[in-house]
Design a protein. Sequence first.
Length: 341
Amino acid sequence: MPKAPARPSPSGIRIGISGWTYAPWRGVFFPPGLAQKDELAYAARQVSSIEINGTFYSLQRPSSYGLWHDQAPPDFVFSVKGPRFITHIRRLKDAAIPLANFFASGVLRLEEKLGPLLWQLPPSLPYDPERLDAFFELLPRDTLEAAALARRHDAHVPHPWLEPGGRRPLRHALEIRHRSFERPEFIEQLRRHGIALVVADTAGKWPLLEESTCDFMYARLHGDEKLYVSGYTEAALARWARKVRAWRAAGQDVYVYFDNDVKVRAPHDAQSLAHRLGLGSKPKKPPPAASIREAPRTRWPGFPPRPGALSAPPARPARGAPARRKASARPAAPGRRGGRG
């Protein structure tokens, strides 16, 4: 089946945040008294894109995707993080039905606002070219392929959404966290499959690779000096602005998401970077870090240590929205629309 042509954004650059449901943001980033149900509508008018993370923990409902679509303004784009059941539990193996469940759960209800799909691998998963090839071959490359795959869903999706809403391209990005991926053959493999390599700034904890592998770049900024916590200095933001300009000058669309949310830095840093790029007004200064009483957790809920794991999973919170349905028969862990990872 021939692929649908890529649909670039008007500016070609999207600067946003990873998640939006964070209690410490209320009264700081969100205006005092703003109802929780209105937080997405507000956030979606401060940044040009948001990465939906609740999908990593559990399947969401078509009605939720429809609501998110309607709350965001025209020309807004959501990226969607793929389920951990596929990446962390199945570890990319036997992924056909879980992928069908994911796409049947309502992802396509985002319609024209659906942007890249993010697949984040666990730190304990080393490079395995055959495993990656098999997974990449399953990924739909446009909404018609996604709808066809969704029709293979099982009973874990009792109310599927199977309408493609027209034919639009689908983009995929892969975030790796194991040093064995630092090899040329992995980069070439991504290029053969047209998959973006996530440029992940993790304060030195996991590999930071900046290779161009397709027609867009996808960056996740988890913290400049301390994972999930530290903000980005003016000098650091200037460096990232230069990178974004260079990527765009090379003809690529660019997606950048700030995930350093603990001290209410993600929205401020996203707006500051957008301002540097001429894509928004200068934000007000964030509150002093010491005034925000929040710290990252040291364990992920629902992730018992794997025997023989090469490294432990990073800290994850599980605050906010209750879990939805899982992509398999395994019990669901707490889910949320915000979150870190």
